[in-house]
Design a protein around this ligand. Sequence first.
Ligand code: AMP
Ligand code: MG
Length: 419
Amino acid sequence: MMERRKPITVQEAIEKVMALSYEGATEMVPLEDSDGRHLGVDLKADHDVPPFDRSPYDGFAIKAEDTYEANKDSPIKLEVIEEIGAGTVASKVPEKNEAVRIMTGAPIPEGTNAVIMLELVQEMIEDGKKLIQIKRKVNRGDNLSLRGEDTKEGTVLIQRGSRITPGVKALLATFGYANVPVAVKPEVGIFATGTELLDPEEALEAGKIRNSNSPMIEGQVKSVGAKPIYLGKLDDDFETCFSSVQEALKKVDILITTGGVSVGDYDYLPAIYEKLGATVLFNKVGMRPGSVTTVAEWNGKLLFGLSGNPSACFVGFELFARPILKRALFSKAPYRLQSKGILLTDFPKPNPFTRFVRCRTEEREGRIYVKPTGLDKSGSVTSLAEANAFAVLPGGTRDFKASDLVDLLVLRDEGSEYL
Ligand code: AMP
Ligand code: MG
């Protein structure tokens, strides 16, 4: 007799996955290899930035008081007693009416309290002495870049789990992280099941299709920040699939299989979970596509049985695998961003399950509009390439009409073609 599966809601299913105790670990990598990794610790300023008062301009460090009487008609003159560049500390302390020529980034000399920009003075030599003439009053503190003005010692600047961007790398370098503690990339094994599957380089033959799920899942795993390990494709044969899954679980903590998870004669994953003695968290979710998505746990290892249908496979990964991988990478934001958009097309067909329609968003006059990117079927592969969001249409009997406001899950950041 065919097994009857009881669907749980998407929310319940995600909560069940997130209740698993799969956690991440930390390792050190050289700063230059840290791009895109997730920080393993809070990044805290261990000193003030800048660490000393410095000049933001090329100019002259002066005592502001010397200029208080200066104006266009009666300029004052200061003697330049020294010149310092960035990285050099002044060796003299200026007396009254003395100045130090200073370059951007050089520390403000002791005894001075303002900088006047190069463009605002006139340089001259009188009696073999270097002088500057100033025609305006300069205030104390003018043009100083003060110690700690950028950040103060002890400030937490970037939280653990944040992705390392070029800007974060700049901070890591600022605080001396030649080596960076980062989250270890979870290794995710990937099997494609299906006797009909060909490799991309193979020519099509009767009844066969190319395996598109594995490269797609590899891409999704990489975009999360984890490490995909493609283990190959498996024919629909119980013994082969079982021993391959068993072997794979010796090497990886997370195993994603695509296909064979439904109730067809050659869908062996359910029997594999049973023979392994794995705990099946759910094997039916109230969603379209991907209702057969199954998640199981065995000895602390996670098994994601995604549908073979490309759209269903994609959605299954996004909803259930992505968040727990993100959490293992210490991310404080493991879920996709939610938004709202205005439908540009009707969705007349009611469905008892929540639908995740692969969509593309466009913004016009501050409003987000959304339209499907292709055939709204779980077997569709072409709807995936252009999709940058899922329109989330809750189950029920209601029709959705163009101009309805719907929930969105945003899949990625986009650039603009306009300047
Ligand atoms: P299954 O989940 O195994 O019942 O497969 C459902 C549908 O997805 C079938 O039409 C399969 O041929 C197709 N399919 C399964 N695996 C893949 C794959 N790796 N790439 C592309 N299509 C697939
Ligand atoms: Mg199959």
